[in-house]
Every structure is written in structure tokens, then in C-alpha cells.
Design a protein around this ligand. Sequence first.
Ligand code: ZN
Length: 277
Amino acid sequence: MPFLTEPEPERGIASPIMAGLRRIVAPNPGPMTYHGTNTFLIDPSEHDGRGVIVLDPGPDSAAHVAAILAATGGKVALILLSHTHSDHLGATAALRAATSAPVAAFHTPLVPEFIPDIRLADGDEIAGFVALHTPGHAADHLCFAWRDGVLFSADHVMAWSTSIVSPPGGDMAAYFASLRLLLGRPDTLYLPGHGPALPDPHPYVRDLLAHRMARENAIAEALQRGPASTHRLMETLYSQLDPMLRRAAERNVLAHLMKLEVEGRVRRAGDVWRAAA
Ligand SMILES: [Zn+2]
């Protein structure tokens, strides 16, 4: 995969991305989060509101909330949430409490304790954005289409890495469908939830699909040679040694297996998977 990288960003600072749009990278770097979660700030000039729109508050970090409040002067009109994984949702309650801004998110969050003020469905328009339900990485995942071909792709499509698809919140068949949904749209620049912007995104999204289809075929072929557990298949197919990445890889393999099971290509018996006869 032709991944993109970027230098470590300055911490606690809102940096301009383009006119009317800034980004603060949260202090949660890691093998799953790159330099940290991207919190985007959309200036009031870009919409009809009286304050800044915050897209993805980020992880539960007092320093990060303080950075958002400093960069917005505490004047936040709306909080948009891409999905309820903790590295995006974590700071939401504190930011909502500090600013009284309503939170808009998918109508049925994966985290039942989280109650959105505004429940978004696929295609809903809000403050100049169009919410696109893009399940796969998470069942409640939204991308937000903005002006001038810009799409906030969150963790559905990221330039620095593939996405984790971890059942039960993650679903590989849904992920494939959500990638194809983006290929049917004319967006020209993706701003992901982690890492750098992705220009000319369609060839990259096609590569993501091809990469997953190759992985799926490799799993199906491995099972033609004999039954195996999810863990054994991961060890056969992935060479990376980082323990956290290996756990993530095993979740991806499980997601592929569950998709193949629904399609009638593999069967499960306890811990062991085998090719369907
Ligand atoms: Zn994330």
C-alpha cells in the first residue's frame, strides 16, 4: 500500500489546513493512532453558526480539551463525532460541558452510555456538512462531506495505514461496501481521523479494496490446505512482530472469516475454521 507519512506535529497547537479549517493533533500517539487523533476546527466564517465546529473531540485528555478551548476561545457552536471509539469520543463529555455545544453523531451509537444531542442518519445535512454512514471500521461510523470536494474520512480511510475492522463493532462486508460508496462519490481530498490528508483518493481506495480482497483470498486458500484457528491464520498471513499490531491483525482476520462465513465459503466449528465443501 502506498501509505503517506507526516512529521510529528507541534503539540497543543491548532495548525491551519486550509482557509477556515485548523487541526489539533491529540497527545495520544501509538501504533493504532499514529501521531494522535486529528481534531478539526471549522471557523464560524464557514457556516452560519456563532462559534467553531469541532469535528472529533479526541481522547479523554485534559490537555487536549484545554488546547481545543484555547484555540476556539471556548466558543464552540457544534461538535461533530465520526464514531464512538474512545480516541474520538473520549473528550466529548468534557468539551460539551465546557461549551454547552450540542453533539451530533450517528443516531444509534455503539456506546450506549453516549447520548447524542443530534442524531444523524445517512445523508443528513448539518452546518454545511453531509453525514455519510460508512460502517465497517465501526458500525456507527460517519464520514462528513464538506465543501470543495473535501471529505472528512475519519477512520474509514486513512492515508497512513489501513483501518482495523474488529468484530462485532467492525464488519468486513460493511467495510467493503463503504469503500465502494466512496468510490461512487466525487470527493477529491480526504481528511482522515489520524495522519495526513489524502489527495486524489480514488486510486488509494481502490488499492485498499484490492489489498483486502487479496487478503480474503489468501485466507480462503489457506483453509483449502486444512482447517486452522483465527490465530494460526494470522500467524500464517502476517509477519509483523509488534504485539499490538498482531492483535489488530487477528481481529482483521476474524472479520474476513466472518464475511466468508456469511458468504458460505468457510465454516466454523468452535475455534477452528475450515473451507466449506
Ligand atoms: Zn481513531
